[in-house]
Design a protein around this ligand. Structure first.
Ligand SMILES: O=C(O)CCC(=O)C(=O)O
Ligand SMILES: [Fe+2]
Length: 928
């Protein structure tokens, strides 16, 4: 026992040292505080005139401060003025005037503060006249100039005017009648003098002291740096202008009977949050507290969901207890923190008459007693009497209660109240905090010469220097303040990320172990290889639940030669960096926490609108930059090639495949999703299985290397059969992964690839783009206007044929991508005119499907067709009609007799098939 006790003492000694009993603190403070600071640290005065019909102002003088307040009125309840000075510097003064006036319309009052340390030009003047129930004014710092608010003659509800600090921030809130004239901030923006945010992700993204997307306790290196106090506090949580008391949380559960959140298991000294907080204390760090607007103890209703209260020092940690519904005692940690004094009034008590800043170090001291059960010291912090606050002690949180007949009983009390002495105790920050306080408003990021602007630091949020709203980086090109009324934007120039850099990254990725490991092919996946137009192609066939091939994933590996081709991947990559692709991060799924998270990657959509999990802003192809159109062209070409190759493979090897999933005809792409990835951006597991989509999704990778992975979805039997419920909820391991390098094209074919599998892409470098094309089936869009929009936006502009992509011919020569589509090349050197295919396919579908009313949508090109029909075209384009297609075929094909037996629609389909597949006219006819 003896050794136990000494052990306990040793472990407690740290706590003792940093949570000294008040008498010790008082003594130490007296000894260490310089005289000058002592005299000005808490110079404060307060005048209260309760229920007086009229009174003149209290005048408070000290070296740095003059405050005058006056108020009169038939029923002025309370007028109080107080002031305190920053303990560290006499050049700061804070003036606070609060008025609560009665209902009488006669009441009026105001405050006027002059800081003697500054000349008249920097004087703080605030004059307020008003009446109503709540009117208050405060003017903490001296740079404000003059602010006057008059009005509310006969108003029902008074106005509130808050002038905050000297950095030209002002907030006006309040309501009054029409005659209330409130000066507007020059920019017309809502301003505060404290960091705040509309959602948690924005705060976590923008500041270093709170990055916990879930839970209220943010720690780094096992040290608590930030606490969020929101809903779910304990019943004894407490907030005033200086002191915050909160439970350490973290281990709560919902009580099945009462549905209330209760502390699940008892927290001990092994509880991590206790350990992290004691680390904070022993290292001498401050903690930043963030007030959530659902905190039931907040003295005022905060204006924002998350508001930074400031730096606090931990003064006490102790253990309380409550009884669960089986009457078992559950212990939990509580912490008391004290605001580290600043020049700023605590915004969360403005107008509440809070006087917590008036108490000085040593003025109030809680007595401490040694516990007879454990020999440790605990303070007497409750009105209900002293109890041991050490969770390991048998006397822990037992109060001696009078139960009548002169008898007493020791019990856990449900309701206890902190003593005012405890709440008014004050600690000297210089004794507890040993590090400079990290700024609450981080500096805006700037780019060093060697940086590119896409490093992960530039993806963080910022705190708007104008209104202090924590704002995420939503847009690729710049930051925009998320405060709706603030117009602040900020950008950091990008440095072009060169092809040499991409090659260097690629080389490293190929060498690096994780990248080598990236190639994983489970034995349930078949692999086929081939070569198409200079690309080495791997096709992975994915099985369905019965083993039949339900879809394929093909990767066309680009050589450096392909990449370097004129208008090829290298050119595209460099050009894209100089375009505004309108890339943005969009709100992603909520993980049970409040507010939205953003996707890691940035996206924008071109062509037909596409809801990629969330709706992405869409620009029609007619307004798309050339690189986007080239992307569609190249991907459409690749699609034709791959479907042809798969078709061939299936026939050659008599492979069983799910025809419902894998149609072996290509659909024309009418959409391209451009994705941008900064360093560390990813696209997490998802599927592209929207019902509107055709079976093929093709994607061109540009820039930094990445790894793509596929895994079967949870609830199917692919990979392994989930047996238990628990099993069903677990993610399965990937069955296929491979790297994607600059210029590579990945083609997923088969709707079941998305019904049964999901995929992710994790780039590993500084800057990557992906361009992913799909076919959005207009006939699946019920809303006529949306369908019309999809048809218009998804239409490739006339002249697209100039961008036709030809791949590489059989001799290995790289064809100029600028070449006109004027002749049909040998197989594998397909000439692709995607607009033709699109148009042709649409016609085919209209012919085959009478229920498809998409043909009713007026075609803007119709009026030009008569003219165009007059001559034999050398190529098909957006405006080509069926007769033009027929004419072109007639011109190209020698077998006129065969052709003459085809209907115009068949000719059109044939022409498109021919073009898509790179077949000669004779081959196509034979195929047909
Ligand atoms: O970045 C990539 O390559 C993947 C793109 C993707 O999965 C998508 O657009 O759906
Ligand atoms: Fe995808």
């Amino acid at each position: 026992m003896a050794s136990d006790r000494s052990k306990r003492k040793a472990s407690d000694s740290l706590e003792e040292e940093y949570f000294p009993t008040n008498s010790k603190t008082a003594r130490r403070c007296k000894q260490t505080m310089p005289a000058a600071t002592r005299s000005s640290a808490r110079i404060a005065a307060r005048a209260t005139r309760p229920d007086k019909s009229s009174h003149s102002a209290p005048i408070i003088y000290n070296d740095d401060f003059l405050g005058i307040g006056s108020g009169n009125g038939a029923a002025a309840n309370v007028t109080d003025f107080n002031a305190h000075l920053h303990p560290d510097t006499s050049r700061y003064a804070e003036v606070f005037g609060g008025m609560n006036q009665g209902l009488s319309s006669q009441a009026q009052g105001g405050i006027y503060g002059v800081n003697h340390s500054f000349d008249i030009a920097t004087t703080t003047n605030v004059i307020g006249n008003g009446n109503g129930q709540t009117a208050y004014y405060n003017a903490p710092l001296p740079h404000m100039g003059e602010v006057t608010s008059n009005g509310m003659t006969g108003g029902r509800v008074g106005g509130a005017w808050m002038m905050n600090d000297g950095s030209e921030h002002a907030t006006h809130t309040g309501s009054g009648d029409a005659s209330f004239a409130a000066p507007q901030h020059p920019q017309g923006t809502a301003k505060t003098n404290y960091v705040h945010s509309y959602n948690r992700a924005a705060l976590c993204d923008s500041v270093d002291y709170f990055k916990s997307h879930e839970g209220g306790n943010y720690h780094f290196n096992k040290t608590t740096l930030g606490l969020l106090i929101d809903s779910h506090g304990s019943i004894r949580d407490y907030i005033d202008g200086t002191v915050v008391i909160t439970n350490l949380g973290g281990e709560k559960k919902r009580d099945s009977t009462t549905a209330k959140m209760t502390h699940g298991e008892s927290q001990t000294k092994e509880s991590k949050y206790f350990q992290f907080l004691t680390n904070t204390v022993s290292l001498g760090h401050a903690v930043v507290i963030i007030l959530g607007d659902r905190n039931p103890r907040s003295p005022i209703k905060p204006a924002f969901p998350y508001s930074v209260m400031g730096h606090f020092m931990v003064t006490d940690i102790w253990s309380e207890a409550s009884l669960d519904n089986q009457n078992n005692k559950v212990a939990f940690w509580m912490v008391r923190l004290e605001k580290i004094p600043t020049a700023q009034m605590s915004w969360w008590v403005r107008g509440t008459g809070d006087d917590s800043h008036l108490y000085a170090v040593g003025q109030n001291v809680c007595p401490s007693f040694i516990c007879s059960g454990c020999g440790n010291t605990s303070k007497m912090i409750y009105n209900e009497g002293w109890t041991c606050l050490k969770p390991e002690c048998p006397n822990h949180f037992q109060f001696t209660v009078d139960i009548g007949y002169g008898q007493q009983q020791s019990m856990v009390l449900g309701k206890v109240h902190y003593s005012t002495t405890f709440l008014r105790e004050r600690k000297d920050p210089s004794l507890l905090i040993r590090h400079p306080l990290a700024p609450l408003v981080p500096a805006l990021p700037t780019r060093a010469d060697a940086a590119f602007g896409t490093e992960k630091d530039f993806k963080k949020g910022i705190v708007c220097p104008q209104c202090l709203c924590a704002s995420r980086r939503v847009r690729w090109c710049r930051w925009e303040c998320e405060e709706p009324t603030c117009d602040f934007t900020y950008s950091v120039d990008f440095n072009i990320y060169s092809i040499d850099e991409v090659r260097r990254e690629t080389k490293m990725a190929k060498k690096a172990k994780p990248m080598n490991k990236a190639i994983e092919i489970s034995n349930i996946v078949q692999e086929w290889t081939t070569t198409i137009a200079g690309y080495e192609v791997n096709t992975y066939a994915l099985p369905g639940e019965d083993g039949t091939v339900v879809g394929t994933v093909s990767v066309l590996h680009a050589t450096e030669g392909i990449c370097a081709k004129l208008h090829g991947p290298d050119d595209m990559y460099i050009n894209l960096q100089q375009r505004d692709l309108k890339l943005q991060r969009k709100a992603a799924r909520l993980h049970g926490n409040r507010g939205e998270e953003l996707t890691s990657h940035f996206a924008s959509n071109w062509g037909a609108p596409y809801k990629f999990g969330v709706m992405v802003d869409t620009t029609g192809f007619d307004e798309a930059p050339e690189e986007i159109l080239r992307g569609v062209s190249q991907l459409t070409w690749a699609q034709g090639q791959i479907i042809n190759a798969i078709d061939q493979k299936i026939q050659d090897d008599s492979i069983q495949y799910a025809a419902t999933s894998m149609s072996l005809r290509s659909e024309p792409f009418n959409e391209l999703l451009s994705l941008g990835y900064f360093e560390d951006c990813v696209i997490n597991y998802h599927d592209d299985g929207e019902r509107e989509l055709g079976p093929t999704v093709a994607s061109l990778s540009l820039g930094s290397p990445s790894v793509m992975r596929f895994r079967p979805k949870k609830r199917n039997s692919i990979g392994h059969t989930p047996k238990t419920l628990d099993d069903k909820s677990k993610n399965k391991p990937a069955v296929l992964s491979f790297p994607l390098y600059h210029g590579d094209i990945c083609i997923m074919h088969g709707t079941d690839v998305h019904r049964l599998y999901e995929h992710e892409v994790k780039p590993n470098g500084m800057l990557r783009y992906a361009m992913t094309s799909r076919y959005i089936r207009p006939e699946t869009i019920n809303d006529e206007a949306v369908r019309a929009d999809a048809l218009i936006k998804g239409k490739l502009p006339a002249g697209i044929e100039a961008l036709a992509y030809k791949g590489q011919d059989e001799t290995g020569d790289l064809n100029d991508m600028n070449a006109e589509v004027s002749s049909v090349e040998a197989p594998g050197t397909l000439v692709m005119d995607s607009s033709t295919v699109q148009r042709g396919q649409a016609d085919e579908r209209a012919d085959n499907d009478v229920s498809n009313d998409s043909g009713d949508i007026p075609n803007a090109d119709d009026r030009t067709q008569a003219d165009a029909d007059a001559s034999v075209p050398t190529q098909l384009s957006q405006g080509s009609s069926i007769s033009q297609a027929t004419a072109l075929l007639d011109d190209l094909c020698l077998d006129a007799e065969h052709l003459s037996r085809l209907s115009p629609q068949q000719k059109r389909a044939l022409g498109n098939r021919l073009i898509r597949m790179g077949l000669t006219c004779h081959e196509a006819i034979e195929e047909n």
